[in-house]
Structure formats: C-alpha cells, structure tokens
Design a binder for this molecule. Structure first.
Ligand code: ADP
Ligand code: MG
Length: 685
C-alpha cells in the first residue's frame, strides 16, 4: 500500500503548474504533490479583522472591504507609470497606488467589491495604501486577504499568491491520507482529525483552530520519529540473542592496572553501566555523553579489551581520518603491550594494505579495527564481532550505526559523543539508547582562561604565544571558517601560515594542516605536532575533534564570530588537556551586539552542557546541528526547542504503541514511507 496515494505524483501534473514551474519548485524541495501539501507556512499574517476606512490608522498592515470607484493612470516621468485606484465604503474613500504595474488598469472594473490589505498611510485626511494585496469578492474562497493568511517559504519566481492558490487547489482536488494514529492515542492526547489539521495549517479559520492543527501535526511528526527510535531499541533488546560477556578476567584487570591514572567517579559509574550491559544477554545500546577531555576513550579501550578477552573482535568508527588515526595510536599504546592486535582502516590505505586488513578482519587475525566510514563499506567483514563503538556519534546517522552493527550478530553497541546536547534533544536524536553521562573532568585540570578581543590585540597575542613556546608549550592558531568552500578556507590558512612563519614566529617551527591536504601530509604534520617538533600549528577546523596534545596550552581562534558556540567549545577542548594553565583567545572585529554577547558566553561558561543549552536557544535546532553535522531527520513542522512538551507527550504515546504489536503494525507502514530512509535497514525485516 502506498500511504501517500495520489500525493506521490509529480507536481508538474497539477493543473496550472507544468514542467517549468515544477522545475522552480524543486528549489523549495518540492517534487511531489505531497511535498506541496507539507510545504507548511513559515508564519501567518492576520488579515481577518475588517475595519471601516474611516477607522484605518497609520499602524502596520490593516484590512478593509470596499468598492472600486475609478482608476487613473499617469506617467509623471519617463519610465514611471503610476496607477491610482479609488475605492470607497460607507465611511469614506481610500487610494490604492501601484508603480509600473500597467496590468492593474486592464483588470480594473468600476463597482467591483474588494478585500484590501496593506500598510496604511493617512496623509492630509487621505487614506493611501501603496502596493496593497487585493482580492475580488466573487464568491470563491478568500486566500490572500480577509483571513489569517499563510506566508510560505518562497523563492524567486514562486510568489506567495501563486503558492497559496496552488496549495488551495491541491487541498481541494486530491484526497489527503487520513488518520493513521491509533484511536486510543488520538483520544488520549486530544488530537484533531488529520485531514482537518492539514487544511487548517494552510488556511486557518481562527487562531485557536490553528493552534490545534499545529499541535496535531507536530505531535504526529515527533510521534513517528519516537516510534522508530523506540522500535529499534526494542528490537535490539528483545532479540535476547546478544552476546553475554563474562565477568572481567585477567586481561581486563591487567589493562586497568596499567593505566597511568585512576578513573574519575563519573568514568567509573559509566564503566559500571557498560560492564553490566556487556555481561547481559540483551545487546548493549548505550550512549556515553561526556564533555571534551572527560576521558571517554579510555572507557572504549577497556570495553574493547573485554570483548577481546571473550574471544570476540571490536570495531571503532570515528568521523575523520585524524580522529581515527589518533584513536589507533591511543589504543595501540594501551593495548598492544597486552598482545592485542589492532589495525586501522581508512580511505587512504593503498589497495594492497586495505585487502590485507580486510582479510585479517575476516579471518579473525586482528582483534580490533579502528576506522572511518571505510569500516561500513560492503566488503568489510569480521569473523566474530562482539562490540561496536562509534565516536562523535552526532556526525553519523542512525543508519550508519546500524550498518556497522550489521557486521556482527547483535554485537554490543557503544556510542560516544562529546557534543553535550540538552535532554529533550537527546530524546530526539538518541531516543533509542540508554545514556551514561560523564560530567567531571579528570583531576588537576586547570580551567581554561578565555578572552574575547579585537584584532588590534593580535600582536600581543602572538608575542604571548612565542613566550609560551619558549617556556616549552605548544599552540594552535585556528583560521576563520569558510563554510561554503573548503578550498577557500585552505587557501586562507596557507596564507596565514606563510605570513606567520616569516614574521612573529620566524624563530619557531610552525606547521599547517587543512582539509585539502593529502592524508599522508596531514599525518606527517600531526605526528610532528604530537612529538613536539612542531610548536605552532596553524589549522582549520579539521582539528575540531579528537586531537589530543596535552602540552598545547594556547589557542588563538581567528574570526571567532563565524563559529557556533558548540564548535568553539569543541575547538577549545583541544587545550587544557594537561597540567599547564591554558589560554583560549577569540579574535573578532565584529561589532554586532548579538555576536559580542555570544563570544562573551564563551568567556564566562566552560561547561559544555550549559553552553549547549545556550547555543540551542540562540541559534535554533537547525543551526545547532549545522550543515556539517547530521544525525537528525529533517523536521517539517516540529521545533524541538519550543515543542518540548509535545515531544514528551509524543514519546509517551510512542511507548504505548510500540509495546502493542497490533497497534504498531498500523503505524509501521507510515513509518516506513516517511522515515524509511532515515532508519534504513532497521525496518527491513
Ligand atoms: P575525550 O572524552 O575528549 O575523548 P580523552 O579520552 O581523549 O577525552 O581524554 C583526554 C585526556 O585525559 C587524555 O590524555 C587521557 O589520557 C586523559 N585522561 C582520561 N581519564 C583520565 C583520568 N581519570 N585521570 C587523568 N587523566 C585522564
Ligand atoms: Mg574522544
């Protein structure tokens, strides 16, 4: 059954659309009739209240009803046509004015009844409205005036009037998919009828029915997402075929004893959760959320050792080559002495080496494979995968995690993230996972001192960096973000590097790393920075995650205003990782008050969770997750910052549905149609 029915038809078949307009609509991500139906208004303008002309005042957009009297066209100068239409009601007259719109005159007929909306100017007792929105009262539905009017996301060549008309037409001509929510849920949560909600969201009668319609559609959207997440959690847990790891043995104990530090309380608590999950027969589905530098990697190392001790293999996936390499080195250092065999798998391996790693993984000749997305390619096989870890999960989608998990038979799954996200958002993105949180940082860390300064301070900052280097420390200089082009970003970084190494840092060994470099070059530079050979590293955001050089104590971030708070926090997390006092300097000449406030938050707040809450409030969820960060499906109407309450209700409802297999069957079809791509293989069997 196709849930969407008619609605999956291409928009070009709609009367009045055709191929050319259809092509333009693709810019608004509208391809099918269903997309058009779900092209929800961005906001509304209330043009429902009608005033007599005598009561119109100079205050924003107002609406009135009047009859046309006459039309005058004048050409006050070359290239300018002025059209004036006089209208009247029982209380007085008003002038409607247009510039260079000759068709108005052709359209004009004296005595027609109009509804008129526009910005009113009252001058010398005369009421004038320039470029008003008008609509004839001819018995058909009012779309543009005299009602609460939808304002849509529009684009060039697709105007509001046209969108309104076409959406109105579609709502009348095509049958919308009806109710699919279980009746008990509709009743319990007081939701209005689905078809009614869709009509109302576009053309509401009044504010209260609009609110009810919006609630219904937000609920539906979040409910489906929660059903998917909870179903996938249940599926993993109910299978009851998970791996039952045995209690810690000699290898794990030896590994723990070899650590050069004791675990913090939070690390221990998280480790207890992980251990209990792994020793249970249901597969682990756990998220460890911990601020940058809170020490998640060591927990991963212990969990990996445990699976190896039980005769299984482990896989760990990271979003960037730099991070994968870094994990490989850390794990090799900790685990190789125990005889554990580790390999790395990234896109940069030569064919021959790659084949060799694949063969060893398949034959069980390697215990742990660390890698990037390269790990989830089809030809990667394991002999017996017991534990799967994804680091910086927010960079991956649910589906990518599922692909890695599918390389084994219900392996335990551990997910780590350093992007602390507010609780309600966690329910949306990680709704299928159990959560452990590490809030504490390891002891002895000194809080990073952060400063926001203008570029007039640059010289002093570079002098300070030189001084720190002289005292044995290392530093990062982060170049401005160029979101649109990695190439431009790289170019700017090279320029800065070339300049710095002949001026401020001419006696200091500098290095550069950016996204356009070859893997091998990047590697060499990073290795030289790890070993301390390079003292000042000029870098783009490629160092944003995972880089761990405890000796680095200063970071200067150029063009700091271009980064989001979460990203600045990640960057700042590269310093303050050792016993030295660290300094983060945010350079920006942006005088915008909002920008200054944002950087000021960085200066004042060091706790990642607190920052995340602030960031979410400041930028909204879309920006928060940013174009580079995935992990969430596109939400068409819900706003997870404002719709927290509905989210919690939807989650409660979804729990009920998923627990009742008959009820879930109904929803499942819709889920597959709507979020099948997002959940990927989870719904395949
Ligand atoms: P993240 O959570 O950002 O992945 P890491 O695991 O990279 O953090 O840890 C950051 C640094 O802290 C590493 O150098 C690690 O060895 C160190 N570390 C981790 N746990 C502790 C601890 N309990 N005491 C002292 N240092 C620790
Ligand atoms: Mg980490």
């Amino acid at each position: 059954m196709n849930f969407l029915g008619d609605l999956s038809t291409n928009v070009k078949y709609i009367k009045g659309v055709g191929p050319a307009k259809a092509n333009i609509l693709t810019k608004l991500n509208i391809f099918t009739i269903g997309d058009l139906v779900e092209h929800y208004p961005r906001r509304y303008e209330d043009r429902s209240k009608l005033n007599p002309i005598s009561k119109l005042v100079n205050a924003g957009v107002q609406t009135f009803r009047a009859t046309t009297v006459n039309c005058q066209e004048t050409k006050p100068r070359r290239g300018l046509t002025l059209t004036k239409v006089t209208v009247q009601d029982s209380s007085g007259f008003a002038q409607l004015v247009w510039f260079n719109q000759p068709y108005i005159k052709k359209w004009f007929k004296p005595g027609s009844e109009l509804i008129i909306s526009g910005k009113v100017e009252r001058k010398f007792g005369q009421v004038q409205i320039t470029r008003p929105e008008i609509e004839a009262l001819d018995g058909s539905d009012l779309l543009h005036t005299g009602r609460i009017v939808p304002i849509y996301p529009a684009s060039e060549n697709v105007g509001q009037r046209w969108l309104r008309a076409i959406i109105h037409q579609v709502l009348g001509e095509y049958s919308l998919p009806g109710e699919f929510l279980p009746p008990v849920i509709v009743k319990e949560f007081g939701l209005i009828d689905r078809r009614m909600a869709i009509r109302t969201i576009h053309f509401p009668e009044d504010q209260s029915s609009l609110a009810a319609a919006r609630r219904r559609l937000v609920f539906e959207e979040l409910y489906l997402l929660q059903c998917g997440l909870l179903f996938s959690k249940r599926k993993n847990q109910q299978s009851n075929k998970g791996i039952k790891h045995s209690a810690d043995g000699e290898l794990v104990n030896k590994m723990k004893a070899s650590l050069p530090f004791t675990l913090t309380q939070d690390q221990q608590a998280s480790l207890r959760d992980i251990t209990a999950d792994m020793e249970d027969t249901t597969a682990m589905q756990r998220l460890v959320q911990g601020d940058v530098g809170s020490g998640k990697t060591v927990l991963a190392a212990i969990a990996l050792t445990k699976t190896v001790e039980n005769g299984y293999q482990g896989a760990m996936m990271a979003p960037t080559e730099i991070l994968a390499e870094q994990h490989y080195h850390t794990l090799a250092q900790l685990l190789a002495p125990m005889g554990i065999r580790i390999a790395v798998l990234t896109g940069r391996l030569t064919r021959r080496i790659r084949q060799e790693v694949l063969a060893r993984a398949k034959d069980g000749l390697v215990d742990i494979v660390v890698g990037t997305h390269a790990l989830i390619q089809e030809d990667v096989e394991f002999k017996q995968l017991g534990l799967v870890i994804t680091d910086e999960q927010h960079r991956f989608g649910v589906n990518q995690r599922a692909l890695l998990t599918a390389k084994g038979q219900t392996p335990d799954v551990l997910v780590m993230t350093a992007t602390p996200i507010p609780r309600t958002m966690a329910l949306t993105v990680y709704g299928d996972l159990d959560v452990s949180v590490i809030r504490q940082l390891p002891p002895g860390r000194k809080p990073i001192k952060t400063y926001a300064v203008g570029s007039e301070m640059r010289q002093r900052i570079y002098t300070f960096i030189a001084k720190e280097v002289k005292a044995g420390r290392q530093a990062y200089v982060v170049c401005p973000l160029v979101e649109e082009s990695e190439k431009l970003e790289a170019k700017a970084a090279v320029q800065m590097y070339e300049q710095l190494k002949v001026t401020y840092f001419k006696d200091i060994s500098c290095g550069i790393v950016h996204g356009k470099m070859k893997s091998q070059e990047k590697d060499n530079v990073m290795n030289d920075f790890y070993s301390g050979e390079i003292k000042v590293l000029v870098a783009t955001t490629v160092i944003e995650v995972g880089v761990n050089v405890p000796n680095a104590s200063v970071m200067a971030i150029e063009g700091a205003d271009r980064f989001g708070l979460a990203q600045l926090h990640q960057l700042r997390g590269r310093i303050g990782r050792g016993e030295h006092q660290s300094y983060c300097i945010l350079l920006s000449d942006n005088q915008n008050q909002e920008t200054k406030d944002r950087l000021d938050i960085m200066v004042k707040i060091s706790d990642g969770f607190e920052l995340a809450e602030k960031d979410l409030l400041l930028r909204g969820p879309g920006q928060f997750f940013g174009t580079r960060q995935h992990g969430m499906p596109d939400l068409k109407i819900a706003d997870i910052v404002q719709d927290t309450e509905i989210l919690l209700e939807a989650r409660t409802a979804a729990k009920q549905t998923v627990a009742d297999s008959q009820e879930f069957q109904l929803v499942r079809t819709v889920l597959t149609a709507r979020l099948g791509d997002y959940f990927g293989m989870i719904f395949n069997n």
